[in-house]
Design a protein around this ligand. Structure first.
Ligand SMILES: Cc1cc2nc3c(=O)[nH]c(=O)nc-3n(C[C@H](O)[C@H](O)[C@H](O)COP(=O)(O)OP(=O)(O)OC[C@H]3O[C@@H](n4cnc5c(N)ncnc54)[C@H](O)[C@@H]3O)c2cc1C
Length: 413
């Protein structure tokens, strides 16, 4: 067992830390409160540092970064942008472009990935529909049917990150549909939906925007898809394997979400500790009261636990993807990333709440950076990339075995 970062990882953390403190920390409040858009030049700067979709292979302009390193970057970015908008954009690209790189056709990858890694084209994920997001198989009504040499797609997606940016600057989506509306998970296909490849919205696509409570630098919206024709090579992976690829993509996103929430929580904890050391009440610093110290210890322990869980999950991913270690499977990845994705956001909310309380009335004001972090992290307990209950379903499936899944039981009854 080895609990120390390698020299390469330490240097990488230091470089991302310096970059994030220099370029991200001074500007995030501006996009959280005013512009609601991450500056394009910041995304380009990240791409210049090989920090945009860095898990994509070098062949397509990525850095082929390990999952441990990808988590280090997410953590450092979230320490600098406490609203977590920039790390959210970073992690969506790093996880879903990775899955596209793994299973997409060479033609589609050559067409899109170099533009994604340069920060010119947003790469999003679209699974959720108006009838729900948790039960992918039963709520997916987007239909993909063969037509001529390719396919035609009809459907609707909602609560999708990056819709406004895509409309304005260009973007494509890893999208989930079904070839048979009444079919099971084996009729699900993943494909590239070219929402805006640089010439404006694709004919047949109309968009809507929603207003979220947090991570204001990233938009959230939806789109209708009406008779959109796509070439055959936009299908990602084998026909009928979309559900499995979606699960793999969720695992990748979840480990980076855990690292993001860990970074935000650490950033808020550090601010809180500094504050109680200098703020005096009853004739001494707040930090000198055990009531405050014990809360800080609870936060510190949660940070250590989440760090171990998150980097353990990332390490398993590197063993499987990077080294082909057969002692672990993709189901192990699903279980550990679900655990990290469950724990880190919940703990982060507790840690941020304590730090806010230490600040008294100031902690409840918009001047204090902690409230933005609370609003951002909350997205990862309610729903984004699977709600908290869903993480527990994933873990329970691995503890009890798939036969004990509630919906399988119903089928057997
Ligand atoms: C900020 C934000 C950004 C998002 N970005 C994207 C995106 O880019 N792409 C995309 O495709 N989707 C995105 N989503 C949607 C997200 O994936 C869904 O919110 C999520 O899958 C849950 O779906 P739902 O909101 O329809 O809730 P539902 O599926 O209706 O679930 C409602 C609640 O019930 C719980 N629940 C569901 N089933 C069970 C069960 N069996 N047992 C116990 N509890 C259960 C859920 O955890 C949830 O709390 C985003 C969501 C948010 C909040």
């Amino acid at each position: 067992m080895h609990f120390e970062e390698s020299d390469e990882e330490k240097m990488f953390r230091e470089a991302v830390h310096d970059f994030a403190q220099k370029h991200v920390a001074p500007v995030w409040k501006e996009y959280d409160e005013k512009t609601h858009e991450i500056p394009r030049d910041l995304i380009k700067k990240m791409a210049d540092q090989m920090l945009w979709a860095p898990t994509v292979s070098e062949e397509y302009g990525g850095a082929g970064l390990s999952w441990v390193m990808a988590c280090i970057a997410a953590e450092e970015l979230a320490k600098a942008d406490l609203s977590i908008a920039l790390p959210v954009m970073y992690l969506v690209e790093a996880s879903w472009a990775f899955i596209f790189d793994k299973y997409g056709t060479p033609e589609a990858k050559a067409e899109f990935l170099p533009r994604v890694t340069k920060g010119d084209l947003f790469f999003g994920i679209a699974t959720t529909e108006p009838t729900g997001g948790s039960d992918l198989v039963n709520t997916t009504k987007t239909i993909i049917k063969p037509k001529g040499d390719g396919y035609v797609v009809n459907g609707e997606k909602v609560y999708i990150s990056g819709v406004a940016e895509t409309e304005k600057y260009g973007g494509i989506y890893w999208t989930l549909g079904k070839s048979d509306p009444k079919g099971d998970h084996k009729t699900m296909d993943a494909f590239i939906l070219p929402l805006n490849t640089g010439k404006g919205l694709h004919p047949g696509v109309t968009t809507t925007l929603f207003e979220d409570m947090g991570r204001m630098g990233v938009s959230c919206g939806g789109f209708n898809i009406e008779d959109v024709e796509i070439p055959k090579h936009y299908l990602i992976g084998e026909h009928g394997k979309g559900f499995y690829h979606a699960m793999e993509g969720f695992s990748a996103a979840r480990v980076l979400i855990a690292a993001t929430c860990l970074g935000a929580a650490q950033g808020c904890f550090d601010i809180g500790v500094d504050y109680v050391k200098q703020r005096k009440q009853f004739g001494r610093p707040l930090a000198a009261f055990e009531g405050i110290q014990f809360e800080a210890v609870d936060s510190w322990m949660a940070l250590q636990a989440d760090r171990h869980l998150t980097y353990h999950a990332a390490w398993i991913m590197d063993e499987v993807y990077g080294k082909g270690n057969k002692n672990f499977t993709k189901l192990d990845i699903a279980k550990y990333t679900a655990a990290a994705k469950y724990k880190a956001p919940h703990d982060a909310l507790d840690i941020i709440t304590r730090a806010m309380t230490w600040h008294g009335a100031f902690g409840y004001s918009k001047e204090c950076p902690l409230e933005a972090s609370y609003r951002g992290v909350r997205s990862y307990t309610v729903g984004a990339e699977g709600g908290s209950h869903i993480q527990k379903i994933v873990m329970a499936r691995e503890i009890f075995g798939p036969d004990y899944l509630p919906y399988r039981q119903e089928k057997q009854m």
